[in-house]
Design a binder for this molecule. Sequence first.
Ligand SMILES: Cc1cc2nc3c(=O)[nH]c(=O)nc-3n(C[C@H](O)[C@H](O)[C@H](O)COP(=O)(O)OP(=O)(O)OC[C@H]3O[C@@H](n4cnc5c(N)ncnc54)[C@H](O)[C@@H]3O)c2cc1C
Length: 388
Amino acid sequence: MTYQLTDDQIQIRDLIRRVATERVAPRADAIDRSAEYPHDMYALLKELGLFTLPFPEAYGGAGSVMSACIAVEEFGRVCYNTGYLLVVQWTPFGAILEGGTEEQKARLLPGLASGELRGALSITESQSGSDVSGIRTTARRHHQDGYVLNGSKIWCTNSHIADFMLVAAKTLDEEGKPLGINLFIVDRETPGLTIGREEDKMGARGVASCPLFFDDAIISADNRLGPEGGQGFKVAMEALNTSRPIVAARAVGIAQGAIDHTIRFIQDRVAFGQTISNFQGVRWMVADMVTQTEAARQLVYRTASLVDAGVTGRELAPMAAMAKLFASDVAMKVATDAVQLFGAAGISNEYPINRYFRDAKVVQIIEGTNQIQRNIVADSVLGRVKKN
Ligand SMILES: Cc1cc2nc3c(=O)[nH]c(=O)nc-3n(C[C@H](O)[C@H](O)[C@H](O)COP(=O)(O)OP(=O)(O)OC[C@H]3O[C@@H](n4cnc5c(N)ncnc54)[C@H](O)[C@@H]3O)c2cc1C
């Protein structure tokens, strides 16, 4: 079964493709080189109302993860960093929508949807990325109505500009007894929070990732997402499954963009008296690149359609994992082959293609590495590993 876009979705895609080609593509190289946050691209996405796409209608959105995927693919095709501006806005949104109180939703979701507010999600610490249970940041009950946060985080993307961050911490009672992990909404102006120096990154360079340091930062209880004791965190993590097809769509965009550049290059480049696009070895490589990219796109569309149909939990998790791991492995393979077909020009920074290669590598690692996605898929068919 293939997933055909509806007329409305085709309209959205064509509109975004035009904007991406005319207004975003000319900025892509400069954003990557300078590693400066693209304020102009943020303003453009906001002006076009694109942040609203996956938000429920109650928050002014289109309620469509499929449309969100289409938008991210089209921007990722020309500029990974502009697509990233959308993805990074939508990561905290899912967690708040699923795990937040009505007051928290009313406080944060309209601003995230319109682009007035920017958020970030902070889970990773220096000693634990994949192993979330190993985090050491603590939120100790302070008095009846609050918590004291202590610890440090790394790789919090968008934190240099975000109005608030969702921060994972081990919640402790007044005596220091562990109660489970919770996410806390932390305003950037919170006393005791310091945002550290931006990482110097190989890819995804336009949106900074920074360490966070918490030194007796006081957080009120109405900023805890969900109930104490780990349940709230579980709900929020499950919500990340719904944004995983959007991350995967970014990888499809990278693959498609690499193909676009490759086709132009090989039809122009001459060797042995003919354009290199005449060589069968080259043609088959391109055929494989296109085939793999279309397969990845179909997996993303299928997963997005499941999310839009309300599928959640154990039914959604392996599909979302498959979409993310397959699309990002395809993006890496396609971008690697694209660099190969550019020859030495693929290594030169004069050409855009190595940007796709660098950005593709990032997607295999972020939002749960591809090994972790494979664990999710394997668990879904084999059950969790039991020690003999
Ligand atoms: C550009 C970028 C942006 C990021 N943004 C954010 C952000 O906004 N917020 C945030 O919280 N984090 C963010 N991260 C961090 C990211 O989520 C982690 O890097 C990722 O989860 C992997 O954790 P790690 O780097 O500690 O690797 P580790 O967990 O130490 O893993 C190292 C290697 O071991 C493998 N491995 C680990 N456990 C297993 C296992 N059980 N089975 C098989 N293989 C395994 C991993 O797949 C990996 O290949 C970002 C990272 C990057 C690169």
